[in-house]
Design a binder for this molecule. Structure first.
Ligand SMILES: C[S@@+](CC[C@H](N)C(=O)[O-])C[C@H]1O[C@@H](n2cnc3c(N)ncnc32)[C@H](O)[C@@H]1O
Length: 292
């Protein structure tokens, strides 16, 4: 299914309205068939329009996007400008630390992943979801509250710090993690998906993600009791998404730490291993690009 195709979206939604969209489109970088930035933004406009019409009056929209430092930082600023002509209200520009272990001595190491947060109407925001596991260490900072001088730690709701709009506490998915899905070069950590779900949706809500890939949003919804309507234009990734959920339901595993979603087929037919090989090449290309 195609996120820009009106009838695909209408079929998927089947009259439901979502309270939250978490979209992670291809970023128009080298590894993802880069196109002219104006074409890319026109393409984004289509799925944004479909998203808007699939959301309820009070809803949140999160979009993961990238900025190509070798090409004027496109498409992030172009996308942001386009969004000004919609009725989504800009709320936060989040950066997640995305450590992949590569670098270059000639430039700052690329460790950021951008996440844009928009709203329509007046959706809830659950601030509890924002607290990290990192203890507050700032002591001796006093403020008068209700006529009494109170210390920072005493004033706060929690002993831990809030993530704010720079998420340094989310581990990038890598092969040693249970949630790793081999072959998925753009997999987002479940911790980030779950933080978004906890902040901007409630149990039983409908959540959409039209660029499923490894199925991170679907699995996070399964774990937190949300109803996820998801798709991917590539049938292979659509199948990966289905298999990931089935595997979780059958075994409790979050991914394929040692193996991959098509291991039984590959074992039976070596020709299929070319797909797995292509994915590895693509992942390597992404890393090469990002370090330039
Ligand atoms: C950056 S990845 C998403 C990663 C995902 N958030 C995860 O955690 O695994 C983008 C995905 O969008 C899919 N895609 C590209 N164009 C699409 C379209 N027009 N409609 C639906 N999916 C599309 C690609 O096949 C790819 O799997």
């Amino acid at each position: 299914m195609d996120a820009t195709n009106r009838s695909h979206v209408t079929n998927l939604m089947n009259e439901s309205r979502a309270t939250l969209a978490i979209h992670d489109p291809p970023y128009n970088l080298v590894a993802f068939e880069a196109r002219d930035v104006a074409d890319y933004v026109a393409w984004c406009e289509k799925w944004i329009r479909n998203t808007r019409d699939s959301l309820s009056e009070d809803a949140s929209l999160y979009v993961w996007l990238g900025a190509d430092q070798a090409d004027g930082f496109q498409p992030l600023p172009d996308f942001m400008v386009m969004m000004r002509s919609t009725d989504f209200k800009s709320r936060s520009f989040i950066t997640m630390r995305n450590q992949r272990g590569y670098g270059t001595p000639k430039n700052w190491m690329a460790v950021r992943q951008e996440l844009l947060y928009y709203t329509r109407g007046n959706p809830p925001f659950n601030v509890e979801a924002e607290y990290t596991d990192i203890p507050k260490i700032l002591r001796g900072y006093y403020k008068e509250v209700g006529g009494k001088l109170r210390e920072n730690v005493e004033r706060g709701k929690s002993e831990n710090i809030r993530a704010g709009n720079v998420w340094v506490d989310v581990q990038q998915v890598f092969y040693r993690m249970n949630e790793n899905v081999n072959g998925c070069y753009a997999q987002k950590p479940l911790k980030s998906s779950e933080r978004i779900l906890n902040a901007s949706s409630a149990r039983g809500d409908v959540v959409i993600d039209w660029f499923s890939h490894s199925g991170a949003t679907l699995l996070a919804c399964e774990r937190l009791g949300r109803r996820c309507l998801t798709m991917d234009i590539d049938p292979v990734f659509a199948e990966v998404t289905i298999r990931r959920l089935e595997r979780f339901r059958a075994t409790g595993d979050l991914g394929w730490q040692n193996g991959n979603p098509f291991q039984s087929e590959i074992a039976a037919d070596p020709a299929l291993s070319s797909w797995a090989h292509e994915q590895e090449e693509e992942a390597a290309q992404t890393n090469l690009f990002a370090s330039a």
